[in-house]
Structure formats: C-alpha cells, structure tokens
Design a protein. Structure first.
Length: 560
C-alpha cells in the first residue's frame, strides 16, 4: 500500500492502484490511520483531504477522476477475470488407480503352481491305474457273459434323443438368460422390487409346505425368515433407486463389452474340466490307496486332493472376478462418453484382454493369496466333516457333536471371508495392490460405506438369484416335456430325475456366467464410486448427477 502524506497521494496511478487494492482485498494493512481521519471529518474540506482508503477518499477520487478510473480499470480485467467456477478434476484423479507393473504376492503364486504340480502327479498315477482297473472290469464282464447287463433299469437313450435334450436345454437356458439380461437393462427397478417380493412369497410357500407336513418348528422358522425379508423390503425401499442405476449401468457396460461374458464362460469351462479330471483322479488314487494301504497315506492323499480342488476352483473363479472388475474400473476412470449410440469409449485396445493380462500376471499372486485363505478353511471343514462321520460311526456322539459345532463356526467364518474377498479382489483389480493392502483398504471402506455396500449388493443379488431360479426351473420343465413325449425314453421316475437334474444344472450354469459378471461389475462400480466420485463427475457427469440425485452422500469420497 502506498504511503500517505498530508498533501494527498503522489500520483493518479498510485491512487488507482490503491483503489484496486481496496477492491480486491478489503482488509487493509493500516487500520489506525483509517479510524483517526474518519473521526476528523466534520467539514467537507477535511473529508476531501483525507485520501486514505476508507470512506471519503474512495468517493472523492471516484467523482473527481472518472476518466482516470475507467481507463486503468479496463486492462485490469485480464489480471482479475470473472469467476469461472471450480476447476475440473485433473485427468489423473485418484492416484491409486495408477497401476504398477510390479508382481505382487509372488510366494502365493509359487504355492499354487506347486499344488498344481502335485495334483498333476496324482492325476498321472490315478488315471493310469483307473484305466487298468476299467480294462480288467471289462474283461471280467465279457467272461461272465454280461450277466448283470439286463438288471440295469436305466436305459441310455439313442444319440439323437441325447443330443436333442441337450440342445433343447442349452438353447432354452441361453435364450432365457439373454431375455433376463435385456429385462435387467430396461426394467431394473421393477425387477428389484419383484425379486424382493418373490423372496417373501417363496419363504411363505416353504412355511406353508412344512405346515402341511405338520413340522411346526420348521414352519415357524420359515415364517420368521419371511417376516424378516418383508421388513428388509420395507426398510430398503429408499435404496432401490441407487441399485437400479448401478444395475442398468453394469448391464449396459456388459452389453458393450461382451468379452466379459466370454471370460465368465471360459472360467466355467475350466472349472467343469478340472472337476471332471479331479473326479477321475480321485477315483484312481482311491484304488491305488485302497483299504489295504496305510490309513495315514490314504488320509493324506484325500486331504491333498480336496485342497487342490478347492484351491484351483477358487483361483479360476477369482481370476474371472478380477478380470471383470478391472474392465469396469477402466470404464469408470477412463471411459469417455460420445461414442456411437451414446456408448462410452475407453482409450485402450481390448480393455477386457488388458484386464485379464493383469489378473494373470502382476495380480495373479494376490489372487492366489486370497484364494489360499478360503481353500485352507474349506479343507479344514472337510476334515471336520470326515471326523464327524468317523465319530458318529464309532458311536462317539460327543466327538461328532464337537466336530459339527466346529464345522458350523468355521463355515460362518468362511462365508464372511468369502464375502470380504469379493470386495478385496476389486481393490486388487482397480489399483493393483497386494492382497494385504487390499484387505486393509476394504476394511476401511467397510467402516465408511459398509452398510450401503451390503444393501446395494443384496438388492442386486436378489435380482440375480430370482433369475437363476427362473432359468433353472424352466430348463428342468423343458427336460420333463422332452422325456414325456419322446418315444425312445421310458417314462419312469429314474429317467425323469436324471434328465431334469441335468437340465437344471445346465440352465443354472449358463445363468451363472451372466450373474457372476453382473455381480463383479456392480461390486467394482460401487467401490470406485465410494472411493473416487470425482472421477465419475469428470468422465460421465450425467451419470454422476443421476446418482447424486438418489444418493446425496456420493460426493464424500471414502478415502483412508
């Protein structure tokens, strides 16, 4: 601020600079000179002589020099532009999304490969022994004249009927899955409400069934579950709009990137092949280590094979989950609207393949780590079940009861960790962190948005659950009709049961692929939304405003 002298300001430019300083910063640095001259202005002459910022100095100079005021004020517009609003978030909003190329939890990947190597050795030995045993059985049947062949009540239908029933069931399951997928896109809100109501109806129907069987304890239990579901339906009605938006968004992205469904299908095929190989290996190894072998060796082989089964199944499922979640993270943080027909474009080639590459390379160790935790718990539960059966067969009721209680408690822990892992693996997919860091971040997210996450997950899960039931039952009904009207398939309970169970399994497996992709996408979307809402506001402002209208707390990032 320019110095004041008794004769006034030294120049017009200094006067105008003081005016602009007073305009831009009302808190001047000389409050005492301001108060004293202001009190000493009984006459206009004295008032005019006071050239300090307060009161008369500003007004007198403005009246005496209007041209001088206007001239220097105009160039100042470049230095003091009008308000432009808050700046947009930077392009690299959310530093955690900057993935690293460093491999995480390598030791867990080594454990998985060693486990698979051990299983491969068992498979080679077991399958060779199984082949030899089956050859001996065939020779014995030939020598005995196939005496027991006519006692088989189940008649294998001709190849044409077998292929026909498979095509009918697979085609029905595929068509129903596609129709339900389109319904989730167009009627997401109505399907959420319908599924919640159907849950209550199904529970009441179960209670009514047990009432007709005079099992009143079971009737009361199912009625309590129905009342609890009705309470949740009423309490969660305000959360339905958010779940509706997320479900519609996830189905839209899935339709735009169908490679996510292909990833889910590949995972299903791999699990099916591995399970079939495991069954054959287990049967062969049980012939190698028969009842004449050491109980310790036989028991160790059973435990190892169970562990390998659980571990491989978990790894395959979680790799698919991380792949799909990574695609949705790329859509959330990098997707830009403006494509054809309102589609969102991601500035990378084959984003699903890129996500799968990360899941199978840098993040594979983290996937193996989380899967190892669940596989160990599942193996311990299997050991407890075997101990329970052995104790019950020996008449040791106390031991059987203790094993059952321990297995029940361990099952609850397993379910909780399994659910926790679903969210933790989203952290792995989105940010490329190791498993421990992902678990810590997930726990922090649970403390800040845990209730919202669980409710949203349950609302979308109810839609997927009802869809799976509908598709499975309709496929089973198609199999029933095929057996009923086929002239080459006997209409007895054995054939009905076999083909209906097969059809239900096929329909459920087809819908399982779709439901897993939708579930992974909705989980990843909620994690991104809870932690970095500004990224959505930057890339897709219309979607952000739609979410903010039904979920006002979206603007508060759940950081840690």
């Amino acid at each position: 601020m320019a110095n004041y002298s008794g004769g006034g300001w030294q120049s017009t430019e200094n006067s105008q600079a003081n005016l602009m300083h007073g305009y831009g910063a009302p808190q001047h640095q000389q409050p005492q000179p301001y108060a004293a001259p202001y009190a000493q202005q009984p006459q206009p002459q004295q008032y005019g002589q006071q050239q300090q910022y307060g009161g008369g100095g500003y007004g007198q100079q403005y009246q005496q020099q209007p041209q001088a005021y206007a001239t220097p004020y105009a160039p100042q517009q470049t230095a003091y532009p009008p308000p432009q609003g808050p700046p947009p978030p930077p392009v690299n909003m959310g530093e955690k999304f900057q993935k690293t190329s460093k491999y995480k939890d390598v030791w867990a990947a080594v454990v998985f490969f060693l486990t698979m190597a051990g299983f491969a050795a068992c498979a080679v030995k077991g399958l060779s022994n199984l082949h030899a045993a089956s050859k001996n059985t065939a020779d014995n049947n030939t020598n005995n004249g196939n005496s027991g062949a006519n006692n088989n009540k189940f008649v294998v239908p001709p190849p044409g009927d077998t292929a026909g029933i498979l095509v009918a069931c697979v085609g029905t399951g595929f068509l129903l899955s596609v129709l339900y997928f389109l319904a989730m896109q167009r009627f997401a809100g109505k399907l959420i409400k319908f599924s919640l109501v159907m849950n209550v109806v199904i529970l009441i129907a179960l209670a009514a069934y047990f009432a007709t069987q005079r099992q009143f304890v079971a009737t009361i239990i199912w009625l309590l579950f129905a009342a609890l579901s009705a309470f949740f339906l009423w309490s969660w009605r305000s959360r339905i709009p958010l779940a509706k938006i997320i479900l519609k968004t996830v189905t839209s992205v899935t339709g735009q990137f169908p490679a996510t469904l292909f990833a889910g299908f590949i995972g299903l095929v791999l699990i099916t092949i591995f399970n079939a190989l495991w069954l054959a290996t287990f049967a062969g190894m049980m012939q190698v280590y028969d009842d004449k072998s050491s109980n310790g060796a036989r028991y160790a082989v059973v435990v190892f094979l169970l562990f390998a089964l659980y571990y491989a199944s978990q790894v395959i499922s979680n790799v698919v989950h991380v792949t799909v979640a990574g695609l949705f993270a790329s859509y959330y943080f990098m997707g830009q609207p403006g494509g054809a027909q309102g589609k969102v474009t991601i500035p990378m080639a084959n984003p699903t393949a890129q996500s799968a590459k990360r899941a199978l390379t840098t993040s594979f160790g983290s996937v193996c780590f989380g899967s190892l935790v669940i596989a160990i718990l599942q193996t311990i539960r299997a050991i407890l079940r075997m101990a329970q059966n052995d104790a019950a067969s020996d008449g040791n009721l106390a031991g059987a009861l203790c094993a059952a209680c321990a297995g029940c408690c361990l099952g609850i822990i397993e379910d909780l960790i399994q659910y926790f892992n679903k969210w933790a693996f989203c952290q792995v997919a989105i940010y490329g962190t190791d498993y421990i860091t992902a678990a810590k971040n997930t726990w922090a997210l649970c403390k800040s948005r845990g209730v919202d996450a669980i409710i949203n997950d349950q609302l979308i899960g109810s839609v997927l659950g009802v869809g799976g039931i509908v598709v499975s039952f309709i496929c089973g009904f198609v199999a029933f009709l095929y057996v009923r009207f086929s002239p080459n398939i006997p209409n007895d309970s054995a054939h009905y049961a076999v083909f209906i169970i097969l059809a239900v399994f096929l329909g459920a497996s087809e819908f399982f692929v779709l439901s897993n992709v939708i579930d992974s996408g909705s989980t990843a979307t909620f994690v991104c939304l809870a932690e970095d809402p500004a990224a959505l506001q930057r890339t897709k402002p219309q979607l952000y405003e739609a979410i903010r209208a039904v979920y006002p707390q979206v603007g508060v990032a759940g950081g840690y």
